[in-house]
Design a protein around this ligand. Structure first.
Ligand code: SF4
Length: 464
């Protein structure tokens, strides 16, 4: 197969460990003309706020923006399901010409009367930024008239990348934090930030902390509730998983309420154990520490023998990891090592210099590190590095299948929890199932035919 050339503007975003000193370009706008795997600003904010289950989420824009993020991530709720509705003002040509403010006002009056939500988030999309609707004024009016706090999310899609959407979401959340009563909150308490309860993962993590004797005040935003977020400034510690999305909110809370921050990852045995021990150490309570030791020992001793059978088949297989944030990619590399696999490509949509430096430290020589990649680049490196597996999200799945590789969804669409100790077992099962599937033998045969035909055509082209 002929390999694709890298676009000039993209070269600085790609690093091969060991080839040259580490200096990767990141946190920049996507290169024009290169089809990024990244999502837009609006999508970033929707991903973060969407799991707040008792809030109304209204997308002010064309119906396509709402459809694109409808029930995104499948974040589960233990109670209300309001978050799963994709309300949109469905802006049409007439609204673009005359403005969509009246339509938004009317939609909010009707929706709030019907659903009586705890709060409402109103997302601006590209077109709203272009036509200049005063969403903030409408939100103020609706809040005053209905008594339901209506919060604008400044997430016009074009004005940056997914990461700017995280920032818009944190600014919106910051309007709720600090507005509730903190009476009765234990000194041994935390908030869980940056877990989105995909397939119930927040419940698994919350259960671990509760078994340790720690009170979880708010889960932001997986299985989130408006009233919990209002009082979360009463917690002793903020534990941030998805740092890209939630560091800004945690930093705002540190500055305003003095709540310290620790980072955590709940994927893989090492990172999961570390997350629990870090909290126990910070809270500095003997009972909590003893409970943590017992919990980790029990869970790990149950899990390790179960992983052995998968490791036997997976030993030596090669994986590529492409995630939203780079911190998650670190956990993936460690988890794959636990299964005897090697990571040959690692990348993310929104990593920063620090994340990538850690990523390259952890990687083996020759690993390709990618920032804000595109499908052609990914395909090229998957091919060159002879990967057996791609771990990614919904947009990466077709790339793997077209190349005839195993694929593991670690993002939006999955219905199986991969966090925690039980999540590690699910991960092993899923990776094993896809990598050892007999279907790829057929794909490899097909691929061989296609490639020999392609190179024949190229040779003939060169000769003519
Ligand atoms: S880029 Fe703009 S139009 Fe596209 S989904 Fe995002 S907000 Fe909507």
């Amino acid at each position: 197969m002929t390999t694709t050339d890298i676009l000039e503007g993209r070269k600085a975003h790609i690093h091969e460990k060991g080839a040259v000193p580490f200096n990767i370009a990141c946190e920049k706008q996507s290169v024009a003309g290169s089809v990024s795997q990244r999502a837009c600003v609006f999508c970033g904010s929707r991903v973060v706020l969407y799991p707040i289950a008792d809030a109304l989420h209204v997308i002010h824009g064309p119906i396509g923006c709402a459809a694109y993020t409808w029930d995104i991530r499948g974040a589960w709720s233990s109670g209300p399901q309001l978050h799963r509705m994709s309300f949109s003002t469905d802006l049409q040509e007439k609204d673009v010409i005359y403005g969509g403010e009246k339509k938004l006002y009317q939609a909010l009056v009707e929706l709030i009367e019907h659903y009586r939500p705890k709060a409402a988030f109103i997302y601006s999309t590209c077109i709203v930024g272009l036509i200049g609707d005063d969403v903030e004024a409408i939100c103020r009016r609706i809040s005053a008239e209905t008594g339901v706090e209506t919060i604008p999310v400044h997430s016009e899609g074009f004005k940056g990348s997914k990461k700017d959407g995280y920032s818009a979401a944190c600014n919106a959340l910051n309007q709720l934090v600090g507005t509730g009563d903190t009476n009765g909150i234990s000194p041994l308490s935390i908030n869980i930030l940056g877990d989105f309860n995909i397939a119930g993962e927040t419940w698994v993590i919350k259960d671990y902390y509760e078994r340790m004797g720690v009170e979880v005040v708010a889960t932001i935003t997986g299985d989130g509730r408006v009233d919990d977020i209002r009082r979360c400034h009463g917690a002793a510690l903020n534990v941030v998983q998805c740092s890209g999305s939630m560091t800004q909110l945690a930093t705002m809370m540190k500055e305003k309420y003095g709540i310290p921050i620790i980072r955590a990852s709940y994927f893989g045995i090492e990172d999961m154990s570390k997350a629990l021990y870090d909290v126990a150490e910070y809270l500095n309570d003997k009972t909590v520490m003893r409970n943590t030791q017992n919990l980790v020992r029990d869970e790990v001793s149950k899990l390790v023998p179960q992983l052995r059978k998968y490791k036997k088949d997976l030993k030596g297989k090669r994986a590529a990891v492409y995630t939203g944030g780079a911190f998650k990619a670190l956990s993936m590399i460690r988890s794959l090592r636990t299964l005897g696999m090697k990571t040959v490509i690692a990348g993310s949509q929104t990593g920063n210099q620090q994340d990538y430096a850690r990523l390259q430290e952890l990687s083996d020589e020759g690993t390709i590190i990618l920032d804000d990649t595109n499908p052609l680049e990914l395909a090229k490196f998957l091919e060159e590095k002879k990967a057996d597996l791609l771990i990614g999200g919904v947009k990466e799945r077709p790339i793997a299948y077209k190349l005839g590789l195993g694929f593991c969804d670690h993002n939006h669409e999955r219905k199986i929890g991969l966090a925690g100790f039980e999540g590690m077992l699910n991960f092993a099962k899923e990776v094993h199932g896809t990598v050892t599937s007999p279907v790829w033998k057929l794909a490899a045969l097909h691929r061989k035919d296609v490639w020999s035909a392609t190179s024949r055509q190229h040779r003939q082209g060169d000769e003519s």
